[in-house]
Design a protein around this ligand. Sequence first.
Ligand code: BTN
Length: 343
Amino acid sequence: MVASKSRGKKHRSSLPGPTDKRIDALLSLLVENPTIVISGAQIAKEIGVRRQTVWRWIETLRAAGVKVKGHPRTGYHIERVPDILAPKLLARRIHGAPFAKRILHFFKTDSTNTVAMRLGEKGDPHGTIIVAEEQTAGRGRAGRSWASEKSAGIYVSILLRPQISPMLAPALTLAAGIAAYDAIAEETGLPPDIRWPNDVMLNGKKVCGILTEMHAEPDRIHFAVVGIGINVNQAKMPGELAAIATSLRIETGRVHSRLETLARLLRHLDRYYNQFTAEGAGPILRRFAEVSSYFEGKRVRITTSTETFTGTTAGLEPTGILRVKRDDGRIESVISGAVTEAE
Ligand code: BTN
């Protein structure tokens, strides 16, 4: 978790802005009418643009992997429902959740967390979702980067305005982890594990990482951004990552719908978040204890900014912080740091 009090620098980027709402409407029109050839003129009228713009945007969608058949003279139709994280397609699947109200989609951005932090500062509402098909500067914990191959993974950030003390923020981070756990278990049918605080693992390799950033004062959270990356359809993980990271596809041998997986994630997150605000951290910690082999009795190596030590996990504190019994018998509270399995 990263806390910040300072105002961010003004953002200057050559990257495109969020996807035009009318491209979203165009995609939705095609998806809702899969068996009908719709003329360019009709599409132009429906979404309120010129025919040339329709043609240009169809090309944009094709470049993003959407299979659109046809051309300006005959009309267009979609060959199959595309696996694109488009706001209208996503909102339909998470109907009723606060996350369905404001979804910003990017074909390409630097980091959805960076965008969400900026929107948080500008006062955007609780529940705003930022989702990207590709990140050029995806960020991980401890200043690491997050490999964000185009259209292969889920790169999403959720802007939250929780009315809780910053002390309870670690539990919020755990809630995101168990939501990702449930989504991945449902989608794959495999039993994942959670490495504290919220790395979701499949067969001992990391498949999902979460970066929570906050804008807070000692007694108040202005806003928190929960950034979640899930490796979904990567056929192989790049370079050195192959030894420690995996994707749903590598583990199941099947291609998975990113849209369905993201909808599952957001539905579970909505459920855990409501539970958290209504009942406090208790239910989240109990669920973590049920699903994570790291909760208790696990031999671990902890690397903090000042030291590395080994020990055995000894449950969580009421705020979600990990307790570790050092080999010399002392109990340590681990607020942040890298946790790995030790012999
Ligand atoms: C980790 O190091 O485990 C955390 C990885 C978090 C990656 C996600 S992808 C979406 C969001 N945007 C980012 O730049 N990072 C997070």
